[in-house]
Ligand binder design. Structure first.
Ligand code: NDP
Ligand code: MG
Length: 386
């Protein structure tokens, strides 16, 4: 008898594959019931051979027949397949799943997260863009759902752990730590000619392309400030960011009496993933341990002049309504254009700011409103490329 049946949305990515490592290390605790990819069907099939899910989903519907033919060749045609957003929703709400790991990237996480919460599943959320774009709607649903919303993002996992056993009104401030990314300490002049290859080299974490660029621009921390605002119901004025290049302290909570609690560890995403999968149980593992004497821990103020994305995110978060959705969509589009070498590194924040300026805020947007706002902001980003 397994303890938990899990569905992993985005199983072929960085968080998805690390989630499967946890499952593999704990064969009698977790059983995989669904795996999904955007287009990487070969990896998906290899994962299916190992984990025997009930359902496989390829988001890119044009690959559905190819997936089916390849499964037949492997004698795996007892596994159900689905595609597109409908398939992603199915993987989020399927009866067999008890916990849904949302580790897809970008706005594509919003709809499946909503489906999983509506179906009363526990949701382990890595996909921060969901809470940035639709934080209010998702939190409302999570309060109505019998399922729990558990953070995987390391900073939020740290805060979640620091808050365990504490009362809401004991919190004075959340302090998110940021590594500073590969360009910490650089001046704007030094960032003119940054290539995607340079920007993808994160000093401490090995992650998917989009979040690696977000870490280099500091937008990742900006998105995390908005994520923390919604997850922990804390005003933006009480959320601070400090640069901590060693990535050992994964974030802190300052309480009203001046005491601070933090969670520390090596930069290893498997720890917060395992915590979310097993919650409320802590499981033993054989991951490398932190030796505190190996590190000098330092903390510095962020340079928001050189890295304006962090300020843009605070601005969007404080404006609220549909503005964070615009920030998120413009950022996604700008990051993809930077990776495609269509714009420079410094154009990323410039474009986001321009698109935010053009947006007429919708105060209490519905999910349908957010979907159109997301589309509009992507188009507006492209139209503003000079
Ligand atoms: P990756 O790019 O490595 O993986 C993304 C996954 O989502 C892949 O399985 C990908 O499929 C799938 N996918 C991509 N686009 C779509 C789409 N439009 N619809 C459905 N599925 C899609 O990303 P990461 O694992 O690095 O990050 C995932 C999320 O977790 C992000 O929101 C990120 O911010 C967050 N996060 C990541 C951390 C990390 O260490 N990596 C740390 C904290 C948070 P395919 O393989 O076909 O591309
Ligand atoms: Mg993080």
């Amino acid at each position: 008898m397994f303890e938990k049946n899990i569905s992993i949305l985005g199983s072929t990515g960085s968080i998805g594959t690390q989630t499967l490592e946890i499952v593999e290390n704990n064969p009698d605790k977790y059983n995989v019931v669904a795996l999904t990819t955007n287009s990487n069907i070969d990896t998906l099939i290899n994962q299916a051979k190992k984990f025997h899910p009930n359902l496989l989903v390829v988001n890119d519907s044009s690959l559905k027949d190819e997936l089916w033919n390849k499964l037949k060749e492997e004698n795996l045609n007892n596994i159900k397949i689905a595609s597109g957003q409908e398939g992603m929703i199915q993987a989020g709400e399927m009866a067999e799943a008890e916990l849904v790991v949302v580790s897809v990237v970008g706005f594509s996480g919003v709809i499946p997260t909503i489906s999983a919460l509506k179906a009363d599943k526990d949701v382990a959320l890595a996909n921060k863009e969901t809470l940035v774009a639709a934080g209010e709607q998702v939190m409302r649903l999570s309060h109505q759902s019998k399922g729990r919303l558990l953070p995987i993002d390391s900073e939020h996992s740290a805060i979640f752990q620091a808050l365990m056993g504490e009362k809401n009104d004991s919190v004075n401030k959340l302090i998110l730590t940021a590594s500073g990314g590969p360009f910490f300490g650089k001046t704007k002049e030094e960032l003119y000619n940054i290539s995607p290859k340079d920007a993808l080299k994160h000093p401490n974490w090995d992650m998917g392309n989009k979040i690696s660029i977000d870490s280099a621009t500091l937008m990742n921390k900006g998105l995390e400030v908005i994520e923390a605002h919604w997850l922990f119901n804390i005003p933006f004025e009480q959320i601070d960011v400090v640069i901590h290049p060693q990535s050992i302290v994964h974030s802190l909570v300052e309480f009203v009496d001046g005491a601070m609690k933090a969670e520390l560890g090596l930069p290893d995403m498997r720890i917060p993933i395992q915590f979310a999968l097993g919650y409320p149980q802590r499981e033993a593992n054989n991951f490398e341990r932190l030796d505190l004497t190996d590190f000098d821990l330092t903390f510095k103020k962020p340079d928001t002049k050189t890295f304006p994305c962090l300020s843009l995110a605070y601005q969007a978060g404080k404006i609220g309504g549909s503005m964070p959705c615009v920030l998120n969509a413009a950022n996604e589009q700008a990051v993809y254009q930077f990776l495609a070498k269509k714009i420079t590194f410094l154009q990323i924040p410039e474009l986001i700011e321009k698109v935010m300026e053009k947006h007429e805020v919708i105060k209490n947007p519905s999910i349908e409103n957010l979907i159109s706002v997301d589309n509009w902001a992507r188009k507006a980003t492209d139209e503003n490329i000079t």
